[in-house]
Design a protein around this ligand. Structure first.
Ligand code: 13P
Length: 141
């Protein structure tokens, strides 16, 4: 599965602890992240992560573009609900696309824990079926 990991500055320690705790699960998947989040996670865990731009410089939109083509299967986005972000429209756009494409999204650690365990137990296999159907639909166009 393709997993995006994103955290606002005050949530980066939570994200790093999460990535350390679930390294064994995460390393079995393709990982993507916004710039600074990705750098910090790979420094802390050694995980191989494809890094996009930093969030305020377009990273959220880059990940959004992959959601729109159904190439993202899980988004863990530890948002800071108590600090204003200059790129709030990009954040809202990313979350909106998750809703458009039914992509599982966790915006806090509680949800992230549930989703990563569900992923590990195979509850995300429907994503493969969905992507396969989409490929077949395209082939029939
Ligand atoms: O701002 C972000 C998400 O909106 C995260 O960006 P960074 O990972 O570059 O800090």
């Amino acid at each position: 599965m393709n997993i995006a990991l994103i955290a606002h500055d005050k949530k980066k320690p939570d994200m790093i602890n999460f990535a350390i705790a679930y390294t064994e699960i995460l390393k079995g998947h393709r990982l993507f992240a916004t710039g600074t989040t990705g750098k910090k996670i790979s420094e802390a865990t050694g995980l191989n992560i494809h890094r996009f731009r930093s969030g305020p410089l377009g990273g959220d939109q880059q990940i959004g573009a992959l959601i729109a083509t159904n190439e993202m299967d899980l988004i863990i986005f530890l948002r800071d609900p108590l600090t204003a972000q200059p790129h709030e429209p990009d954040i809202i756009a990313l979350m909106r696309l998750c809703d458009v494409y039914q992509v599982p999204l966790a915006t806090n650690l509680g949800g992230a824990e549930i989703l990563i365990r569900a992923l590990d137990e195979g509850y995300f296999n429907w994503r493969d079926i969905l992507k396969e159907n989409e490929k077949n639909d395209k082939g029939n166009e």
